[in-house]
Design a protein around this ligand. Structure first.
Ligand code: PEP
Ligand code: MN
Length: 336
C-alpha cells in the first residue's frame, strides 16, 4: 500500500508516519515529489493498524497497491527514475545510446568500434564477454579478458561500459571492469542471478525474456530492487511470436504500458528484436517515438565476419547515419 501525504506535509508528519509503520515491522520507501510525498509500504499488512494511520497529521489517504511488484511500481514512486552508469545517465529528457559489438572479439576490434560509436554519439559501449549462445559450439566469449578490453576501450574514448553477466562468477569479474551489467533475455527469470545482480552494487539493464509478460518482467526487476539496488533499466528486445520474417517481434506497445506502470527507465533493442540490419533504423526511430529513454544497437567493424549476430549489426556508416537521423526526432519528442 501507499500513504499519500497532503501537499506540503510537514517533515515531522512524514517522520511520524515512517516510524509508526517501521515500529510494526514493515518497510517504508519514501518518494518525495515536488508537491506530494508518498510513503510506500512493503511487508505484512495484517500487522499494521491502518485505521490509526489515517488519523495521523497530514495523511491524505491510503491506497492499496494490488500489483505484486511494489518498488518498481509507479504508484510507489511517481517521479521517473534516472539511472547513472559511469559517466552516462539513462532517464527522462535524453536519449542514451548504447552501441558496440555483440561479442568482444579482439582488443583492436573493440578499440575501432568504440571510437566509431563514440564519434557517432553513443555514450555507452556495449560488448559481450560471456555469450549465452543457442549452440554450445558457437563462440562463447572472451570472459574476463573481454571485460578488460571493455574497460580499456571505455576509458580511452570516455564511454561508460555495459556487459552481460550469466553467473555469479561473471558478476564478480564484471564489478572490477564495467559500469553496468546486463541480464539477458534468457536469464530474465533466473531469480538467483537477479538477486546477485541486485547485490552487485552496479546498475542493471534487465532485458525482457523471450516469452515474458510485462508483469513477469516487472517482477524480475522487483527481485533486483528488493536487494537494495534501485538502479534498474528495462530493455524491450523483442518477444517470440508466430512471425518468422524477423528474429523476434519488437513489442513497441510495451514502452507506453511500462511508462504507466513503472518509474524505471525504458530502452529498446532494435538489433536483437529484428535480427536484420535493414530493420534496425526504422525500429530504432519507432521506439524513440513510442517514448524510449534509450537504444541498444549492435555495431561491428566488419559484420560479414562477426563471430556473433553479424546479420543484425550495423556498419559504422549505417550507425552514424542512424544517429544523425535520430537528432531531429529527439528534438521533436523533447529529448537531448
Ligand atoms: C545481447 O545483448 O548480446 C543479447 C544476447 O541479447 P538478448 O539477451 O536480448 O538476446
Ligand atoms: Mn547479439
Amino acid at each position: 500500500m501507499i500513504v499519500i501525504m497532503k501537499p506540503n506535509a510537514a517533515p515531522q508528519s512524514v517522520n511520524a508516519v515512517l516510524s509508526f509503520v517501521e515500529k510494526h515491522g514493515l518497510q517504508t520507501h519514501l518518494s518525495q515529489g515536488e508537491e506530494v510525498t508518498i510513503i510506500g509500504i512493503v511487508g505484512d499488512k495484517t500487522k499494521l493498524p491502518t485505521e490509526n494511520l489515517v488519523s495521523y497529521k497530514d495523511v491524505d489517504r491510503i491506497v492499496p497497491v494490488t500489483e505484486s511488484y511494489k518498488l518498481a511500481n509507479r504508484k510507489f514512486h511517481p517521479e521517473p527514475t534516472t539511472v547513472q552508469a559511469g559517466s552516462a545517465s539513462i532517464g527522462p529528457g535524453s536519449l542514451t545510446i548504447m552501441a558496440g559489438p555483440c561479442a568482444v572479439e579482439t582488443e583492436s576490434q573493440l578499440v575501432e568500434i568504440a571510437q566509431a560509436v563514440k564519434e557517432a554519439g553513443a555514450t555507452i559501449l556495449r560488448g559481450g564477454a560471456y555469450k549465452p549462445r543457442t549452440s554450445p559450439y558457437s563462440f562463447q566469449g572472451l570472459e574476463e579478458e573481454g571485460l578488460r578490453y571493455m574497460k580499456e576501450a571505455g576509458k580511452a574514448f570516455g564511454l561508460a561500459t555495459i556487459c552481460e553477466v550469466v553467473s555469479q562468477e561473471a558478476i564478480e569479474a564484471a564489478v572490477k571492469y564495467v559500469d553496468m551489467i546486463q541480464i539477458g533475455a534468457r536469464n530474465m527469470q533466473n531469480f538467483i542471478l537477479l538477486k546477485e545482480a541486485g547485490r552487485s552494487g552496479l546498475p542493471v539493464l534487465l532485458k525482457r525474456g523471450l516469452c515474458a509478460t510485462i508483469d513477469e518482467w516487472l517482477n524480475a526487476a522487483e527481485y533486483i530492487i528488493a536487494e537494495g539496488n534501485p538502479n534498474v533499466v528495462l530493455c524491450e528486445r523483442g518477444i517470440r511470436t508466430y512471425e518468422t520474417s524477423t528474429r523476434n517481434t519488437l513489442d513497441l506497445s510495451a514502452i507506453p504500458v511500462l511508462r504507466e506502470r513503472t518509474h524505471l527507465p525504458i530502452i529498446a533493442d532494435p538489433s536483437h528484436s529484428t535480427g536484420s540490419y535493414r530493420y534496425v533504423p526504422p525500429m530504432a526511430k519507432a521506439a524513440v517515438a513510442a517514448g524510449a529513454d534509450g537504444l541498444m544497437v549492435e555495431v561491428h567493424n566488419n559484420p560479414a565476419c562477426a563471430l556473433s549476430d553479424g546479420p543484425q549489426s550495423l556498419t559504422f556508416k549505417k550507425f552514424a547515419r542512424l544517429t544523425s537521423e535520430l537528432k531531429p526526432l529527439c528534438a521533436l519528442f523533447g529529448r537531448e
